[in-house]
Design a protein around this ligand. Structure first.
Ligand code: FES
Ligand SMILES: [Fe+2]
Length: 330
C-alpha cells in the first residue's frame, strides 16, 4: 500500500529532528524517518552522522555496532565506516586489498542544532529554521526527551496551530479560564522562517502554571503567536505582561504515516533560578493532553480542502494544510 508521507519524494529535502543531542554520545542510536531505518552516531571529534541502518556486507544493523577510532564498526564482521559513510576497513581483507567501492554507504545530511540531531534524507531544499533566541544570553534553552506518539505528524501540526481546543483538551492545565470564541485570525509571516498569526488570551494560572508564568494571579494575560515552517515544524511564542518570554519549538517528525517523534525545545528569558524540569511541568502536562487526544486518530489528516469542515478560527491550520498539500504535490 502506498504511504502518503513515506512514498512522497517531495518531503525528503527537509530537515527533521530524530534524536536529542545528549542521547547520541558514545553509542550509535537507531531512528526511523519517513519509513527509513537510520543509525545516528557521533565520532570522537563530536561530529554527528546519519547513515542507513544497513551494513552493505550482510545487512546487519549498524546501530547495534559501536564507535572506535572515529569509525562506526558493524557488529557482524567488523567493517568500519567513516562519518561520511565511506567503508574504510574490512578486517578480513588481506593487507593492500582495496575496499570494494560498493561497500561505501551514502550518508544523509546531519546537523546538531538546538540540542537536537536533524537529518535530511534528500538534497536539502530548505534550512533548519532560525531560532534567534538561541544566541541571546537573556534566554536559556531547555531540551526535552524525544517521545513517540502513535499518530500522524499531520494531526500534530494541525493541533499545534489550533487554539480552539484549549478550553476543552487543556482544561486541566491552562484552558479553563479561556474564552471559547476566537477573535478574527490575521495570517501573515511572523518572521523570515515562520508563517502564522498573533493573538492574546487570558489563561488559567492555577497550581503548576504559576511556575511557568512566574506569577501567582489566578488568570494571566498572554500575548502569543503560533506559526509553522514547512513541512512539519511549529513554533509558539508566549509573552507575559511581566516581560517574561517563553518560546516553544514543537517538532513532529514522521516515523511513518501514523507514528511520529515529538519533542519540544523551550527558550525562556527568566532569571534561570527555577530548575528546568519545574519550569516545564506545565508544558509536559499540555503535551500529555494533546497526545491523549491525538492518539485517538489512526489516519493521516485529510489533506484536500473539502473532506473536513473548517471555520474562521481554523484559518492557520487550513493554510498550513494547503501549503503542505501543495508541497506534497510538487
Ligand atoms: S554485515 Fe556488516 S560487516 Fe558483515
Ligand atoms: Fe494543544
Amino acid at each position: 500500500m502506498t504511504s502518503i508521507l513515506c512514498d512522497n519524494d517531495n518531503l525528503l529535502g527537509f530537515w527533521y529532528p530524530v534524536a536529542r543531542s545528549v542521547d547520541v554520545m558514545s553509542a550509535p542510536v537507531s531512528a526511523k524517518l519517513l519509513g527509513r531505518n537510520l543509525v545516528v552516531w557521533r565520532d570522537g571529534n563530536g561530529t554527528v552522522s546519519a547513515l542507513p541502518d544497513r551494513c552493505t556486507h550482510r545487512e546487519a544493523k549498524l546501530s547495534l555496532g559501536y564507535v572506535k577510532d572515529n569509525c562506526l564498526v558493524c557488529p557482524y564482521h567488523g567493517w568500519e565506516f567513516a562519518e561520511d559513510g565511506k567503508c574504510v576497513r574490512v578486517p578480513s581483507a588481506t593487507e593492500g586489498i582495496p575496499v570494494p567501492p560498493k561497500a561505501h554507504i551514502e550518508a544523509f545530511g546531519c546537523e546538531d542544532r538546538y540540542g537536537l540531531i536533524w537529518v535530511c534524507i534528500g538534497t536539502p531544499k530548505a534550512t533548519i529554521p532560525e531560532m534567534p533566541w538561541d544566541n541571546d544570553p537573556k534566554f536559556r534553552r531547555i531540551n526535552t526527551p524525544v517521545d513517540t506518539w502513535k499518530c500522524s505528524a499531520t494531526r500534530m501540526v494541525d493541533n499545534f496551530l489550533d487554539i480552539t481546543h484549549f478550553p476543552f483538551v487543556h482544561v486541566e492545565s491552562f484552558g479553563r479560564a479561556q474564552e471559547t470564541s476566537v477573535p478574527k485570525v490575521e495570517l501573515g509571516p511572523l518572521d523570515d522562517h515562520f508563517f502564522g498569526y498573533s493573538y492574546e488570551v487570558n489563561a488559567n494560572n492555577a497550581s503548576v502554571g504559576t511556575i511557568a508564568s512566574g506569577q501567582s494571579a489566578g488568570v494571566v494575560h498572554r500575548k502569543m503567536s503560533s506559526g509553522f515552517n514547512l513541512p512539519l515544524i511549529c513554533r509558539s511564542t508566549i509573552e507575559y505582561e511581566t516581560g517574561l518570554s517563553h518560546i516553544l519549538l514543537l517538532v513532529s517528525t514522521p516515523i511513518d504515516d501514523v507514528t511520529s517523534y515529538f519533542t519540544f525545545v523551550v527558550w525562556r528569558s527568566d532569571d534561570f533560578a527555577v530548575p528546568s524540569d519545574e519550569v516545564l511541568r506545565l508544558d509536559f502536562m499540555i503535551g500529555a493532553e494533546d497526545k491523549r487526544m491525538l492518539e485517538t486518530f489512526d489516519t493521516v489528516l485529510p489533506l484536500d480542502q473539502t473532506s473536513l469542515v473548517s471555520v474562521q478560527a481554523d484559518k492557520c491550520s487550513v493554510e498550513w494544510r494547503r501549503q503542505f498539500a501543495a508541497l506534497l504535490n510538487g
